[in-house]
Design a protein around this ligand. Structure first.
Ligand SMILES: Cc1cc2nc3c(=O)[nH]c(=O)nc-3n(C[C@H](O)[C@H](O)[C@H](O)COP(=O)(O)O)c2cc1C
Length: 154
């Protein structure tokens, strides 16, 4: 079974780190959203979509990409990093994926560091996140995706 992870990370690469941890377990290919070749998506049985959360939603770069996709009929999962570390911001992406006939089989979220301000002036929220425990959780999430798909994974 072929898996692809499509991600968009902005500043700190928090989401990229999570994407790589998930991909290691799933033996997935991994690509940033700007580099995806839509005509190749048909090759994959499972596709993950993830980004940072910006103003309560996944990044517009990822949401717009999904909006423009044709009907995919794929099993998918979604993930994010954010200040609050929760999945509440996944709604818009999940809606977009349902609109292109995707079946969402799981979602993962965790905290990511957020530096606000310029130079020494400002705040750092969630310093050092995602941390080891969150990356272990991301890997556990990836394993939980594999469980019902056993037999199809290569
Ligand atoms: C402009 C901006 C808006 C953000 N909006 C939210 C938000 O609405 N909710 C939240 O929990 N985190 C928010 N964050 C925090 C980021 O989602 C978080 O730092 C994330 O881990 C960054 O991921 P990245 O390193 O992959 O880009 C925001 C950060 C920035 C810079």
């Amino acid at each position: 079974m072929k898996t692809l992870i499509i991600y968009y990370s902005k500043k700190e690469n928090n989401t990229k780190i999570v994407a790589h941890n998930i991909s290691r377990i799933l033996k997935a290919e991994i690509i940033t959203v700007e580099r995806v070749r839509v005509y190749e998506l048909h090759k994959y049985d499972l596709i993950g979509f993830g980004s940072w959360i910006s103003f309560g939603k996944h990044a517009k770069e990822l949401l717009r990409f999904v909006e423009k996709l044709p009907s995919l009929h794929k099993r998918v999962f979604v993930f994010s990093t954010s200040k609050n570390g929760q999945s509440a911001g996944h709604l818009a992406l999940k809606e977009g994926l349902k609109n292109i006939d995707c079946e969402i089989i799981g979602e993962f979220s965790c905290k990511g560091e957020w530096r606000l301000g310029i130079g020494p002036i400002g705040f750092v929220f969630n310093r050092g996140h995602p941390k080891g425990e969150e990356l272990m959780r991301a890997q556990g999430f990836a394993r939980s995706l594999m469980e019902p798909l056993k037999g199809e994974l290569t």
